[in-house]
Structure formats: structure tokens, C-alpha cells
Ligand binder design. Structure first.
Ligand code: ADE
Length: 373
């Protein structure tokens, strides 16, 4: 294959992951519903490495009315991610036939956003913590910093595997039985390696087309020469129309090609979590994930507020590139305001990396322990 063995390796790696037998899944209760999909709590028998056993899992499915939506890309990204304690692990997938299903590890304490909001009111009953797990009641500054640390670790791992999440937000962070954060929902994510491969293939196809056209041009040159000769001999009237027509066609092709490129993935965009360069130029990189991480730190600090809640989406799109940033409400905790503001640097390269963020959060946690003792 002309693109080298790399591609073959990846393909064989993906096909190592076997299609799961869907009759081994029993859906139990609906956990959540998005634009196109549903997530169910379910039981699964004979998962890879657990033959003869039944395990509680979370199953993502596509609703019947949106059967054209595929979970294959999401499955491939989760396969590439493999296993990390701060990322929801894919246990199996049914993507060879409809309806697609992703079988994931079940995170029993649900979404971080819901937990943060429940903690606002003392009358809400928070889940009791398990021995050895993180204390979730009450949400102390140390517990909140622990969430931030988990998310930084998970994102450092994801970025290291050259995946851009594109939808990092507190609603897409789950908590397991230990109160440990796990990043989920890769429905909007991009694999930078696959993307580069796709672009290379596109470039090669474009080169092929150019070569093909160059040959055709030789022919066209000849025919135009004949046409001019013909016009010269028999007068005007046949030439320009023909020339314009082929030009129009060329332009049309370019436009439709561009249109295809900019057709977004299937979700509405998470505008309030997006960096200025994403809002303005539709650029998505690890640095735009860092921006979203800053917004997640803000969500944690404000116990689940909505960023720029006074503004409409349209206003956010206009004003964030002009320099608007989320404000830290006075009554909320502010430990990480310095870190989050740096995540919102206009220049993507001036933002801290996930590794750097992890180190800073760890340092603050140690400092608090020292202060306490
Ligand atoms: N909601 C969405 N995904 C989930 C998961 N893996 N576990 C529990 N609840 C979920």
C-alpha cells in the first residue's frame, strides 16, 4: 500500500477488537438521553476477558429515528484510547450491524455536573463515600481539587494519544464508585493521526487528479488550438460559451468539496466551552481542549454554573474572540482562578499543557496537606 505499513498496522489493530454478541446484552434502565443517542444501564454476559461472568455496564445506542448516525468513529477512538483510570473504557461494541451499540464501563455516581449542582443545597442528599474512596459529602476544596486533578490526568492521557476531545465539559465527566472522575462521550472527538492520514490521502488523490488533468490539458490545448483555428477560419460564436461552461464546472467542484469538509460532526457545537479560534476559524486542537479544561475548572469552582449565563450563544460567539472571559462569582471558591485564566489565553501556545496543569494542581493539594498538619 502506497501510504506505508503504518496504516495496515492500525487497521489490524482495530479489527482485533471483536464484534460483541448483542444477545448477551440486557438493557435495564435509561440513564440519559442526548440529541441522537441514549445511554442505558445494562447487564452484559461474557465480555472479553470475563467469560462466564455477568457485568453491569453502560450501553450507548442510537435512537431508531436517527439510524443514519454511526457509532463507529466513536468506537475507534475509544479503542485507540484503551484503558486509563480517568477515561471511560470501552468494553465491547456492536457496529457491524444496526443499531450500533457501545458497551462501556458503568460509572455508578453519574455526571460530575449533577453532583456539583446537588452540592449547592445542603438539603440535597449526597452519595455516601465508600471506604478508601473520595469523600463526596461535603464537597470540600480538597475534593474539588481532586476532581480537577483526575480530569487533568485523563486529558493528559487523551492528548498524549493524539485525540482531541472537542466536548470536554462537566456534563461529560462521570464519577465511579470511588468518586474518581472518568472522561466520557467521544462522539465529537478527532483522532489527529487518522485525520493526518485522511489529509495525506486527499493530497495524493488531488495530485492524481492534477496529473490526470495535466494530460487532459495537453489534449485540451490541442483541441483549443483546433477550436481557435476553427474560429479563425469560420468566425466567433462557438468558443467563449464552451470555455465559460468548463470554468463554472471547475468552480462548482471546488465549492462542493469545501462544503463536504466543513459539514460538522453530528452534534450542536458546545459554544460556551469553545476557544476563540474554534468559534472564529473552526480550529480544534489539544490547546482548544485546554481552554475547555479551564471552563471545567470554572464549573467546578462555581458548583456547576453555566458559563456566560446572561448571554445568548450568538453574543458568546462574538464577544469571546473580543476578549470576554467567564467571571468568578464572589461567593464561590477561587483556588484555581489563576490556572483557569491561563487556560483562556488568547494565544493557544501560551496556555498551560495538561501535564503542567496536573503538576500545579498536585502542588496545591500537597500544600493544603502541609498547611493542615
Ligand atoms: N452515562 C453516560 N455514560 C455513562 C456511564 N458509562 N456510566 C454511567 N452513566 C453514564
Amino acid at each position: 500500500n502506497r501510504y506505508g505499513n503504518n496504516n495496515d498496522d492500525k487497521t489490524s489493530l482495530a479489527s482485533e477488537f471483536q464484534e460483541f454478541e448483542r444477545s448477551n446484552i440486557r438493557l435495564k434502565s435509561l440513564l440519559g438521553e442526548g440529541n441522537f443517542g441514549q445511554v442505558w444501564k445494562a447487564e452484559a454476559d461474557d465480555l472479553s476477558g470475563h467469560f462466564g461472568a455477568t457485568r453491569i455496564v453502560a450501553v450507548k445506542t442510537i435512537r431508531a429515528c436517527s439510524a443514519q448516525v454511526s457509532l463507529k468513529d466513536e468506537a475507534n477512538i475509544m479503542r485507540k484510547l484503551g484503558s486509563h483510570q480517568n477515561v471511560v473504557t470501552l468494553l465491547g461494541a456492536c457496529v457491524e450491524s444496526e443499531p450500533h451499540m457501545l458497551i462501556m464501563e458503568y460509572a455508578m455516581r453519574g455526571r460530575l455536573l449533577s453532583l456539583l449542582r446537588a452540592a449547592r443545597s445542603a438539603t440535597n442528599i449526597l452519595p455516601a463515600s465508600v471506604p478508601g474512596g473520595r469523600s463526596l459529602a461535603p464537597l470540600s476544596p480538597r475534593t474539588l481539587a481532586g476532581f480537577a486533578l483526575d480530569i487533568a490526568c485523563g486529558m493528559e492521557y487523551i492528548a498524549g494519544r493524539r485525540i482531541v476531545h472537542r466536548d470536554l465539559a462537566a456534563r461529560n465527566v462521570l464519577l465511579d464508585h470511588n468518586g474518581m472522575c472518568k472522561i466520557c462521550d467521544f462522539g465529537m472527538s478527532i483522532d489527529l493521526d487518522a485525520e493526518r492520514l485522511r489529509k495525506e490521502q486527499e493530497k495524493n488523490a488531488a495530485n492524481d487528479l492534477m496529473r490526470h488533468n495535466a494530460q487532459k490539458f495537453k489534449f485540451d490545448f490541442g483541441s483549443r488550438y483546433i477550436l481557435q483555428h476553427w474560429q479563425h477560419t469560420f468566425g466567433q460564436g462557438h468558443g467563449p460559451g464552451h470555455g465559460n461552461c468548463s470554468k463554472e464546472h471547475g468552480h462548482g467542484e471546488k465549492k462542493s468539496h469545501h462544503g463536504h469538509d466543513t459539514i460538522g460532526k453530528r452534534h450542536a457545537l458546545p459554544i460556551r466551552w469553545m476557544a476563540p479560534e474554534s468559534l472564529q476559524y473552526h480550529m480544534f486542537t489539544t490547546e482548544t481542549d485546554i481552554w475547555a479544561f479551564g471552563i471545567v475548572l470554572w464549573e467546578i469552582a462555581t458548583l456547576g454554573s453555566t458559563p456566560y449565563s446572561q448571554l445568548t450563544g450568538r453574543e458568546v460567539i462574538r464577544r469571546v474572540p473580543q476578549g470576554l472571559r467567564p467571571e468568578l462569582p464572589k461567593e464561590s471558591r477561587h483556588e484555581f482562578y489563576n490556572l483557569m485564566s491561563r487556560c483562556w489565553h488568547k494565544d493557544p501556545h501560551m496556555r498551560p499543557s495538561f501535564a503542567q496543569s496536573r503538576l500545579e494542581i498536585t502542588r496545591s493539594l500537597h500544600k493544603w496537606v502541609d498547611d493542615d498538619s
